[in-house]
Design a protein around this ligand. Sequence first.
Ligand code: NAD
Ligand code: GLY
Length: 347
Amino acid sequence: MIMQVKTVKVNASKSYDVLIGRNLIERAGKLIEKVLPICTLALVTDDTVDALYSKTVTTALENAGYKVKKFVFCHGEESKNLTTYSEILNFLAQNELTRTDAVVALGGGVVGDMAGFAAATYLRGIKYIQIPTTLLAQIDSSVGGKTAIDLTHGKNLVGAFCQPSLVICDVNTLSTLPKEIYLDGMGEAVKYAFLDKKIYTLLQDEYDILDLVYLSIDYKRFVVENDEFERGMRKLLNLGHTPAHGIEKLSSYTISHGRAVTLGLKIILKNSLKHGYIDKELFGNAIALIEKQVGKLECPYTIKEICSSSLNDKKRSGDYITLIMVYGVGDCRLVKIKVDELWGYLD
Ligand code: NAD
Ligand code: GLY
């Protein structure tokens, strides 16, 4: 059988491949073998993904000669905390993983962020491999090396930059995603559309999901290679995220991240029109694209509520907050705004 596998090589502080294709998890052992000598692999996953894909992945890894130790935690953002993190570390220690062993993160962004952070810190850092199984994790969180856990005071407040050794995106795994979770990922995909013309064009018509995943990862590669530690242009990936974080918090996280990003993007687009950065035609096309890809969403909060909720955002530095505004498709820019002027700016 001829299998189409697209590869994106990320040349960050560490170089690694992102493989995108179908039926890849069945070949995980053979693919990992190319970057990691035979060792013990801690397979970290959540209960939902465990039931769907652990067996296939474990068989593939064991057939290649790896010893597999599995750690499963309860799915959901609520698990992305210090308790689960500490349980993973203890699991690695109990199973005597050494610096030549590695972690395999099998699941969505929660699994990837937490397993990645455990790998980044256990024994001052061991290797890890991402096998993302949500659209959001495939197009965003598994690539670029951001790892984190939440504190009771806020999301992703503890973390590390630590690039994986390999990322395996098997788009077949997306077929089991509930629609709502798939659409969350589409929220991030639509964000990419305003950053990269190729993605904007792709989303205008019927497309193969493999192409969307590939183009999104390739755009992220470009950004990460230029600004791995988010000193400048990587902030572009936060398009829509400042209002989104405010919306998520106001809803006590009942509005998911992807939905909040879509609502945040609409707020940014409306204000890009208001400030004359984009014209009415582009604004109309942009809203039509968002509605086609993720549906019609109405924001239940006022701009004033969103602004005051957004001001605790960790992207704030001192008296300033950086917003990403749309000037055109493929032309988004960082705009630094005084915190007390945000409400006037995002009227
Ligand atoms: P998630 O990991 O919670 O997955 C969503 C749900 O889908 C879970 O219940 C999971 O069990 C289930 N699931 C996963 N794969 C499945 C599959 N193939 N079939 C059926 N169900 C499946 O959430 P997510 O949206 O993937 O990720 C969100 C997390 O990612 C957040 O914690 C966010 O902070 C983080 N994130 C990190 C980065 C980064 O750069 N590190 C970027 C964006 C988001
Ligand atoms: N998800 C944003 C980033 O990786 O920078």
